[in-house]
Design a protein around this ligand. Structure first.
Ligand code: FE2
Ligand code: FE2
Length: 304
């Protein structure tokens, strides 16, 4: 005979509830507190990279070949801090969109409780990224003013598959890089821990985002699907171009103009992005979000 508080019996459970329940279970088994899990005390060891060097925006260019190992490491550390700062920006948008989505919904639903769990994860992640960027001795990297204002608009009005599709795209793009960095012994240990925590917790978020995207699309008409496919693609484009701030080069002691020019033309980096996003593109295709106008933006962002 069970004692204590039991969960209320839900008679009309939906498939979304089952997904949310599994995510809640998984979260209760494996979640992290970055404030205690990450080594914040050990001073930064400049003998390490901030990202896998292959992920540097300059890797493979003539400029990269001229850099000393110390300069390369300084650059990838600034790039890692920039990606973390862009992560914070996006997590702020995402938290607000999810809060809006679940406003006044049924709090006894697993999906409601999962949404708050995810928001709490993101809140911890943003603090973790902020501390990490500071430890990497980076200034506050913020996206371009136009991106900030577009984000402000998007987080205020986006809904349904538009909101969850954009969340998914941002999480997937970050995920592929972080999976490489967390395993890479050339990357500074505390950054590897940060990436490891993020990869584990985001895998649940991505499951939810895929599920919500599919669920909302099932109710969306053709016109709405087309509009949202374009919105998500534009969001993906803005996120990708905001990933590495142009100031990272000067902050790593490099010639900003030359670095920007060579980074822009860096085919090696573009092909890294493309190959890592194949799974995401497959998903978007399978749900009908890879429309022709959307494809234009994914190509411009070098995601396909
Ligand atoms: Fe996150
Ligand atoms: Fe997330």
């Amino acid at each position: 005979m069970a004692t204590g508080i039991s969960r209320p019996q839900t008679t009309n459970r939906t498939p979304e509830d089952d997904v949310a329940r599994r995510l809640l279970d998984s979260s209760s088994q494996l979640s992290y507190d970055p404030l205690t899990e990450v080594d914040w005390e050990t001073p930064l060891d400049e003998d390490f990279h901030g990202t896998s060097p292959e992920w540097s925006t300059l890797y493979g260019t003539a400029y990269w070949n001229e850099l000393t190992e110390a300069q390369r490491k300084a650059l990838t550390r600034q790039e890692a801090a920039s990606v973390a700062s862009t992560g914070i920006w996006f997590e702020m948008i995402l938290q607000q969109m999810m809060l809006r989505d679940f406003y006044a919904k049924d709090p006894t639903d697993d999906a409601f409780q999962w949404a708050l769990t995810e928001i709490a994860d993101e809140c911890r992640h943003s603090i973790m990224f902020a501390r990490g960027a500071k430890k990497l001795r980076a200034p506050a990297y913020r996206p371009h003013r136009l991106a900030v204002e577009l984000g402000r608009f998007f987080k205020t009005v986006a809904f349904g598959e538009g909101a969850y599709g954009a969340i998914l795209v941002a999480e997937e793009v970050l995920d592929v890089m972080q999976r490489d960095w967390m395993r890479d012994e050339r990357v500074v240990p505390f950054v590897r821990t940060i990436n490891n925590i993020h990869v584990v917790e985001e895998s649940r978020h991505m499951k939810f985002a895929r599920d919500e995207t599919r669920k909302h699309l099932a109710r969306a008409g053709r016109v709405r699907r087309h509009i949202h496919s374009l919105l998500i693609a534009v969001a993906a484009y803005v996120i990708v171009i905001s990933m590495v701030n142009r100031k990272v080069y000067a902050n790593a002691g490099l010639d900003e103009k030359r670095a920007l020019r060579e980074a822009k033309a860096n085919e090696q980096h573009k092909s890294m992005m493309r190959s890592s996003c194949s799974g995401l593109m497959e998903f978007l295709t399978s749900v009908g979000l890879l429309t022709k106008p959307a494809l234009f933006f994914y190509k411009r962002a070098n995601l396909i």
